[in-house]
Design a protein around this ligand. Structure first.
Ligand SMILES: C[S@@+](CC[C@H](N)C(=O)[O-])C[C@H]1O[C@@H](n2cnc3c(N)ncnc32)[C@H](O)[C@@H]1O
Ligand code: SF4
Length: 369
């Protein structure tokens, strides 16, 4: 039996559906009924999940990392905490654990924070996105700036560990001269230990598709924030994530390092691997069942390369690819650290094109073998 000690739960409710967002979610307009259905779905999933784990020869260990993502987990409410503890948790939590809950600033109360702290939450991820009311509006966010400040102030007073989500590449930001530094300075007054920096990824039908800033502008924004945060002691440990030392997200690192993570909730995706096989499963949204994908050795190798490049762990130096690695180093996209090659912030922002580079060279190297 292999043991799994990480769990992700997808909570699919949002009181407003932000027009840029692609996550699976439902508008929370009949809360009692929706929560009841969600609970039925989860209870049925737990049974199906135990069978899946047993078939894959996995067993639970005390949970070391838990992540409630969404959607908006804070809408699960005070009663959700007891349901989670009594019906979902597979066993005890590890004493040393990281248990994160995502919170939309417009959807919390002190009682909610206390209830979830009571069942083990240790970390809050706050969907701040921007600290400029005009851009919050453009982003179609339903929370106000005051609500962000109230939540951040409360978390700071309670000495909670929290992370902030911040969006770059926001429509109209170039035309209106978005002042990223002023927004960051205001955020940093709350002393976050962690920040997730996302570049807005908009679909073609996005209402502001015509007002998106160009790639060069977004790259400059990204490098500015990265340099600024690194100057303040933050570690740029993954393409989109920065942490003060010791505050890296343990849960997300498990995904990025290809370690086992179980999952529940509609569209929740789990990963289970042993020495000999690996599978990924994703929960359906209409019934408590999963789609399972067995990963082949070459798919795994590809993923490991991609995941290695995404994080500051980097890749093990491969002398067959030294040509491409050297050219990355010369251009400032990567550095060599012992036997590992790690992307710099300048490399992270070029990740997709560097991956293409790598595949071209790998394919070429294989052809000459
Ligand atoms: C599930 S949401 C966080 C919790 C809560 N739903 C909220 O929005 O406050 C996860 C994060 O993904 C980011 N996100 C959502 N849609 C995105 C998109 N299209 N491109 C880039 N980031 C996106 C946002 O920063 C958001 O805070
Ligand atoms: S609240 Fe969060 S999950 Fe919901 S639509 Fe907005 S960004 Fe997406």
């Amino acid at each position: 039996m292999t043991r799994v000690s990480s769990l992700y739960v997808h909570v699919p409710f949002c009181r407003h559906l932000c027009n840029y967002c692609d996550f699976y979610k439902q508008k929370f307009d009949a809360p009692d009924l929706q929560i009841e259905k969600f609970h039925q779905f989860l209870e049925a999933s737990v049974l199906r999940h135990e069978q899946l784990l047993a078939d894959a020869e996995f067993a639970w260990a005390p949970l070391e990392t838990i992540y409630l993502g969404g959607g908006t987990p804070s809408l699960w409410g005070v009663d959700g905490a007891a349901f989670f503890r009594d019906r979902i948790l597979p066993g005890p939590l590890a004493e040393e654990r990281e248990f994160t809950m995502e919170v939309d600033p417009g959807t919390w109360t002190p009682a909610l924070l206390e209830a979830w702290q009571g069942v083990g939450v240790t970390r809050i991820s706050v969907g701040t996105q921007s600290l400029d009311p005009a851009f919050l509006k453009i982003l179609d966010r339903s929370h106000s700036l005051e609500q962000s400040f109230d939540l951040l102030g409360e978390l700071q007073r309670r000495h909670w560990n929290f992370s902030l989500d911040f969006l770059l590449g926001v429509p109209f930001s170039k035309a209106r001269g978005r002042n990223i530094k002023a927004e960051l300075d205001r955020l940093l007054e709350f002393s976050p230990k962690h920040m997730s920096l996302y570049i807005l990824n908009a679909r073609s039908k996005y209402p502001h598709a015509q007002a998106m800033p160009d790639d060069d502008y977004v790259r400059e924004e990204y490098l500015f924030v990265s340099d600024y945060l690194r100057g303040l002691g933050f570690h740029h440990y993954e393409v989109s994530n920065f942490a003060l030392p010791g505050f890296e997200s343990k849960h997300n690192l498990r995904y990025w390092r290809g370690e086992n993570v179980a999952a529940l909730g509609p569209t929740g995706t789990g990963y289970l691997a042993t020495e000999t096989k690996a599978l990924r499963y994703k929960w359906k949204v209409t019934k408590a069942d999963v789609e399972v994908e067995q990963l082949t050795a070459s798919e795994l190798a590809l993923e490991q390369t991609y995941l290695g490049l995404r994080t500051s762990d980097g890749l093990k130096f491969n002398s067959e690819l030294s040509g491409v690695y050297n050219s990355w180093q010369t251009q400032g996209y990567a550095t060599r650290d012992g036997d590992r090659l790690k992307l710099t912030s300048r490399g992270f922002v070029m990740l997709d094109s560097l991956m293409d580079d790598l595949f071209r060279h790998e394919a070429l190297a294989n052809r000459h073998k």
